[in-house]
Design a protein around this ligand. Structure first.
Ligand code: FAD
Ligand code: NAD
Length: 478
């Protein structure tokens, strides 16, 4: 007799593991099935985010920023440091320890919340007589079948392949290899000037690599507000020293013994042939849904392989939901988790809601980039009349004290109602500052509301306050 559950969650990334915990909190008997194994062949919960995404990349970003500070920034404070070195294996060991603390922490959270954890790949195997679902789990031993009344598909995403290019995660890497270099490559090539290309390019540039980023689109960071993208390009190609070429057409990629040759046409059609010690391919991600055996139950995928869902993450099948990177919307960990919570609560009979229009985006470069809501170019394209206020960090006392004065905070508000439509930040701790804007937008705040709130002095949050004052052309400190 197969084991029976109220809820089976397939995938234990930030979408799936959070959904499983919330379902169990709501007294639903819950199993979470996950097939991930780490580099040592051990099951490891947490999906892309914890194993090879958000968490390890932020650990390396921090290490590389500290190295950069010691080399180039401490002197300004009168601190002399000699003989600064970087021990890459030690840096990687620190990163791995952080990863393992969190991945093993999920096992503890599952125990605490009485979520049953099954290691293996789950695939639909048919319906049960009472309208539930059978799921076959292929782990290390013989396949096991379980049954569940409700299923949450949270299988996440995989790197988009570049046709004809084989990832060996040694010379030619996706995010997994890019996070695990054992030494600093002298010359690093990156294909794709997106979030991963910029974050990982920054890490290895700061540690000493010459980094060339090849981007197919003629524009840089097209999803960001264009003023932020422009300032980012200036900072990344200037003080940081990344070489970013937009509008290129990448041609043949030929791995050799110790290096890889890359041919490309630049935006003027001129041919180039360069050689890199390592190459990172980061050209987006695709939904990881091909192993689910969706045909066995008739679960509908769209042409790109995303599970088709409505606004509440319902699929075309009764009691089957899908969340996170496997469905439409931004591929972000916090979006996956909130959808997971909402689906668990829906199954338990509650009426939750996730507002995708206020999901914050963050790019953890230095300076950081963060935004929520509409960009200025989107408002123009939609014919929305708006007013903008902007404040540069160079005029912030706290930013001066930090020695991080690049960038600005910009607020966009409806010209008629003053309701905040978007906030765009490039600057220090933008990842933290953006929360104020998210809260404001969720509560339907106006720029005047933010302008009337007392912000601590001296703090970076004053830039948000001043940007809000700027909407009404009454900034005080510029
Ligand atoms: P995933 O995290 O991909 O988890 C899915 C899990 O399901 C995996 O463990 C997978 O093995 C498992 N699985 C798949 N199929 C099956 C199956 N059939 N049976 C059993 N298990 C299965 N987002 C942010 O918000 N902030 C960041 O800073 C950030 N940094 C990133 C850095 C990098 C380098 C990368 C690659 C991504 C980053 N992301 C970041 C994106 C973030 O990692 C994803 O949006 C997030 O992990 C998606 O969560 P998920 O639960 O939907 O899927
Ligand atoms: P991305 O979509 O951010 O960027 C991919 C870039 O590659 C785009 O600029 C695209 O135009 C370019 N590109 C596509 N095909 C190309 C080609 N043939 N040649 C050259 N350039 C090409 O994707 P990513 O950087 O791979 O990251 C994937 C996703 O992971 C992100 O979109 C994001 O959702 C998530 N992520 C988030 C964070 C974060 O939140 N800080 C960090 C890393 C990743």
């Amino acid at each position: 007799m197969p084991k029976q559950f109220d809820v089976a969650v397939i995938g234990a990334g930030p979408g799936g593991y959070v959904a499983a915990i919330r379902a169990a909190q709501l007294k639903l008997s819950t199993v979470c099935i996950d097939g991930w194994k780490n580099a040592h062949g051990k099951p490891s919960l947490g999906g892309t985010c914890l194993n090879v995404g958000c968490i390890p990349s932020k650990a390396l970003l921090e290490s590389s920023e500290n190295y950069e500070r010691a080399l180039h920034k401490f002197a300004d404070h009168g601190i002399g440091v000699k003989g600064v070195t970087i021990d890459v294996p030690k840096m990687q060991a620190r990163k791995q320890k952080i990863v393992e603390t969190f991945t093993s922490g999920i096992s503890l959270l599952f125990k605490k919340n009485k979520v049953e954890s099954l290691h293996g790949f789950g695939r639909f195997a048919g319906r049960t007589p009472d309208g539930g679902y059978q799921i076959e789990v292929h782990g290390d031993g013989a396949p096991e079948t379980i049954e569940a009344k409700h299923v949450i598909v949270a299988t996440g995403s995989l790197p988009r392949p570049l046709p004809g290019v084989e990832i060996d995660n040694n010379l030619v890497c996706d995010n997994i290899g890019a996070l695990s270099f054992d030494s600093v490559p002298k010359r690093l090539g990156v294909i794709g000037a997106g979030v991963i290309g910029l974050e990982m390019g920054s890490v290895w540039r700061r540690l000493g690599s010459e980094v060339v980023i090849l981007e197919a689109l003629p524009t840089f960071l097209g999803a960001a507000d264009e003023h932020v993208a422009k300032e980012g390009f200036r900072q990344f190609t200037g003080p940081l020293g990344l070489k970013i070429y937009t509008g290129v057409k990448v041609g043949e990629i030929t791995p050799g013994k110790n290096s890889v040759k890359v041919e490309y046409d630049d935006r003027d059609g001129k041919k180039h042939r360069e050689e890199y010690d390592r190459l990172i391919v980061a050209i987006g991600r695709v939904p990881n849904t091909s192993g689910l055996n969706v045909e066995s139950v008739g679960l509908k995928l769209d042409a790109r392989g995303f599970v088709e869902v409505d606004g509440a993450c319902r699929t075309n099948l009764p009691n089957v939901y899908a969340i996170g990177d496997a469905v439409r919307g931004p591929m972000l960990a916090h979006k996956s988790s909130e959808e997971g919570v909402a689906v668990a609560e829906t199954i338990a009979g509650q009426s939750p809601h996730v507002d995708l229009s206020t999901v914050p985006w963050v790019i953890y470069t230095a300076p950081e980039i963060a935004w929520v809501g509409k960009t200025e170019q989107e408002l123009k394209a939609q014919g929305v009349s708006y007013r903008a206020g902007q404040f540069p960090f160079i005029a912030s006392g706290r930013a001066r004290a930090l020695g991080e004065t690049a960038g600005f905070c910009k607020m966009l508000a409806d010209a008629n109602t003053d309701r905040i439509l978007g906030v765009h930040i490039i600057g220090p701790f933008a990842s933290e500052l953006i929360s104020e804007a998210v809260v404001a937008m969720e509560f339907g705040a106006t720029s005047e509301d933010i302008a009337r709130i007392v912000h601590a002095h001296p703090s970076l949050s004053e830039a948000m306050h001043e940007a809000a004052l700027g909407v009404d052309k009454r900034t005080l400190n510029i």
